[in-house]
Ligand binder design. Structure first.
Ligand code: HGY
Ligand code: MN
Ligand code: MN
Length: 411
C-alpha cells in the first residue's frame, strides 16, 4: 500500500509547541522526567492523539501509550516512539522528535481511515535521560523487565523527591488514563531519533539506518573522608575526599580516556560535601559514563576504572555503585532492510551507522525485532540548547517511519 503523506508542517509546528514545555532562555528545553514541564508535553500529545481517534493510556512505570487499534486482535502490537524528557540544557529534538514523528505517522494513517492489522502504539518512555533521576531509561527497562519497579520508585532526585512520589503525582494528574500492565508483548519496535553525532551531516545523508547502539557502563562513586578545619588540620592528618577524587580522576582520564578515540569517558556530575570553603571535604560523589562499541574493551576498561578507585582512594574509603551495564547490540537486519528500502524508494540518501548515543530501543531489541531511524542534527550537536534539525529532514524521517510501520503491519 502506498503510504499516505505525512503533514510535515504540522509535525514541525508540534515540535515547536512541545519545545515550549520547559523552554529555556537560550532556545533549548529543560523538561525533566516526571516534571510539570513533562506533564505539559503529555497534555499536548494526548490531545493531538485523541483528536485523531487514538486511545491514551499509561502504566505503573509512567510510560505513555497512544494506540490506534488494529483489525486483528491476535496480531502483536507494533510500537514506535521515544522519550519526552530532556537534559537540563537539552534541545528541541532529542527524544521528542521520535514521539512527534511516531504520532504524525500514526495520526496520518488514522485520518486516512487506514485500519492497520496490528495495533499501532506510540510510546513516550519515562526518564530516558537519567538527568533528574539516575540511571536513565527507567521506563523502557521496567517495561522490558530489566529493572524492578521497586528499585525505580526508590531512586531520589537532588532535593530528595523519589521517583515513586513523582510517579504517584503524575498518576494523580492523569488519573483518567487507563493503565496497561507493565510490559505487554509487542511484535516490533521502531524509534526515530536525531543522530546526536556528525556522521550523517558529514556524509550528506538524510536517513540513518541504525545497525546497533554502542555499549555503555555507568557508576555512581562515593569517596568518604572526614571534615576538618581548613586552617588548623595538618595536611598529613587529612582524609580529604576531593584530594582523593582529583588523584582518581587524573588517573582515569589518563589511563582510560587516553588514546583510543572510540573510548567515551565522562565525569558529568560531581557533588562535594559539605561544599564549604573552610571545611576539608568529607564526601565526594561523582558519576562515570563509559562507552565503547567493543564489549570486551568496555569490560576491560570498566575493570580498570574500579581498580583505579581502589588503588588511589586512600586515606579515604570508596563505594562503587554500578548503575548500567549494557553491551553493544545489533538491530534486526530485516527491519534495517525495510528502512533502507523506504529511503531508496523515496530517493532519500541513506547509510548504515552505529549509534554512539544510547536509546530506549536498546531494551526493546531483546523483546522483538527492533530498529532505529536517524536524521541529521546540525554540526552533530545534542544535549545542548542549540541542538537543531532541518524541517525537510524531520519530514523525511517521519515518511520513512510511516513506510516502515505499514510494512510491519503487512499493509
Ligand atoms: O546518554 C545518551 O546517550 C542518551 O542521549 N540519553
Ligand atoms: Mn534521546
Ligand atoms: Mn539524550
Amino acid at each position: 500500500m502506498q503510504s499516505p503523506a505525512i503533514d510535515g508542517d504540522r509535525l514541525w509546528s508540534r515540535l515547536m509547541q512541545l519545545a515550549e514545555c520547559g523552554a529555556t532562555a537560550k532556545g533549548g528545553v529543560n523538561r525533566q522526567a516526571l516534571s510539570l514541564e513533562e506533564h505539559a508535553a503529555w497534555r499536548l500529545v494526548i490531545g493531538w492523539a485523541e483528536s485523531a481517534g487514538l486511545a491514551a493510556s499509561t502504566d505503573a512505570a509512567g510510560n505513555l501509550f497512544l494506540t490506534l487499534p488494529g483489525s486483528d486482535a491476535e496480531a502483536l502490537p507494533v510500537m514506535t516512539g521515544s522519550h519526552l524528557d530532556s537534559q537540563p540544557t537539552g534541545g528541541r529534538f532529542d527524544g521528542v522528535y521520535g514521539v512527534a514523528a511516531a504520532l504524525e505517522a500514526v495520526c496520518t494513517l488514522a485520518e486516512a481511515g487506514v485500519k492497520p492489522s496490528h495495533d499501532l502504539v506510540v510510546v513516550a518512555w519515562m526518564n530516558e535521560e537519567g538527568s533528574r533521576f539516575a540511571p536513565g531509561m527507567m521506563g523502557s527497562e521496567a517495561f522490558a523487565g530489566m529493572r524492578s519497579l521497586e528499585f525505580i520508585r526508590g531512586v531520589r532526585d537532588a532535593v530528595g523527591i523519589s521517583v515513586g512520589e513523582a510517579l504517584d503525582a503524575q498518576m494523580a494528574e492523569f488519573s483518567a488514563l487507563p493503565r496497561k500492565r507493565l510490559g505487554f508483548p509487542i511484535g516490533a519496535y521502531v524509534e526515530a531519533h536525531i543522530e546526536q553525532g556528525p556522521v550523517l551531516e558529514a556524509e550528506e545523508k538524510v536517513i540513518g539506518v541504525v545497525t546497533g547502539i554502542q555499549g555503555k557502563k555507568t557508576w555512581e562513586i562515593s569517596l568518604l573522608g572526614e571534615e576538618g578545619h581548613a586552617g588548623t588540620l595538618a595536611t598529613a592528618d587529612r582524609r580529604d575526599a576531593l584530594d582523593a577524587f582529583s588523584r582518581i580522576a587524573q588517573r582515569m582520564y589518563r589511563e582510560v580516556g587516553g588514546d583510543d578515540p572510540l573510548v567515551k569517558f565522562t565525569i558529568g556530575r560531581l557533588r562535594v560535601e559539605p561544599n564549604a570553603p573552610s571545611v576539608v571535604p568529607s564526601r565526594v560523589v561523582f558519576s562515570i559514563d563509559l562507552r565503547h562499541p567493543d564489549n570486551a574493551v568496555l569490560d576491560r576498561l570498566g575493570d580498570a576504572l574500579e581498580r583505579i578507585c581502589k588503588e588511589s582512594c586512600a586515606p579515604c574509603d570508596v563505594e562503587l555503585k554500578r548503575l548500567v551495564s549494557a553491551p553493544s547490540n545489533e538491530f534486526d537486519s530485516n527491519l534495517q532492510a525495510t528502512i533502507e528500502q523506504s529511503a531508496r524508494q523515496r530517493g532519500i540518501p541513506s547509510m548504515h551507522l552505529l549509534s554512539a548515543a544510547g536509546h530506549d530501543a536498546r531494551y526493546m531489541a531483546p523483546l522483538c525485532p527492533s530498529a532505529m531511524i536517524f536524521i541529521p542534527c546540525r554540526d552533530g550537536v545534542s544535549h545542548a540548547e542549540h541542538e537543531w534539525a532541518e524541517p525537510a529532514h524531520v519530514t523525511a524521517g517521519a515518511d520513512v517511519l510511516l513506510d516502515t510501520l505499514l510494512t510491519l503491519c503487512g499493509d
